[in-house]
Design a protein around this ligand. Structure first.
Ligand SMILES: Cc1ncc(COP(=O)(O)O)c(C=O)c1O
Length: 213
């Protein structure tokens, strides 16, 4: 197994420098299980950082299902395939009525880009409202609507169709305390009004239900 120094050297030769690495002394993580990550020396960490885990690292049911499918077939949606329709049926049976149709993508970025395209097609407008620390993905279309990126290092700010409102943080946000919901709602209404004042329609209000970054 390569040691940390060797990995760091290869990383600086072969990975883009724009990929950030965490901590002054970066962790060499070799394994994940459930809510834990394990370093090469066996040290266990409770993972509250590595993006948002839904079922934990390496859930055995997920691993087995993926292995079984890779052994059978991995193709696109141009053919009739029982697995994808059974999956769509099972998934939508757990969603509120009316959410019956699936369009599967490979990542959050693709899903959000698709959502933007659908909203823009339906509304014939690009006017987008987002929260002030939002991150919606790494495609160009999503950097435009992600203040976390376009206000971050090297960022050039939002395009004129993006309207930024404060994130509803009752601890550290612009409005604090338990009774501030109306103040945050008023910010959404202000953004909608600004769009209408330009003679435009709202295309989409994108908001993470739980901000992870
Ligand atoms: C809130 C949020 N939206 C979208 C994305 C993009 O997802 P992906 O990395 O799967 O493209 C992320 C990824 O970190 C995210 O945290």
């Amino acid at each position: 197994m390569l040691n940390r120094k060797q990995i760091s050297k290869l990383r600086s030769s072969h990975l883009s420098p724009s990929l950030s690495i965490s901590y002054e002394s970066p962790l060499h993580i070799v394994r994940g299980k459930g809510q834990y990550l394990f370093e090469a020396n066996g040290k266990r960490y409770l993972d509250a950082v590595n993006n948002i885990q839904h079922v934990g690292h390496c859930h055995p049911v997920v691993v087995k299902a993926a292995q079984d499918q890779y052994e059978k077939l991995n193709t696109n949606t141009r053919y009739l395939d029982e697995t994808i329709v059974q999956y769509a049926k099972a998934l939508t049976s757990r969603l509120p009525k009316g959410l019956d149709v699936c369009f599967f993508t490979n990542s959050g970025s693709e899903a959000n880009d698709l959502a933007l395209r659908i909203a823009r097609c339906i509304t014939q407008s690009k006017e987008t409202i987002v929260l002030d620390a939002a991150y919606h993905g790494n495609l160009s279309s999503l950097i435009q609507v992600s203040p976390y990126k376009h206000h971050g290092p090297g960022g050039k700010g939002p395009p004129n169709f993006v309207h930024i409102i404060p994130r509803p943080d009752v601890f550290r946000g612009q409005y604090r305390g338990e009774q501030v919901a109306d103040d945050y709602f008023a910010e959404v209404n202000k953004a909608i009004q600004n769009i209408h004042d330009k003679g435009k329609k709202v295309s989409v209000f994108m908001a993470e239900s739980l901000m992870g970054c």
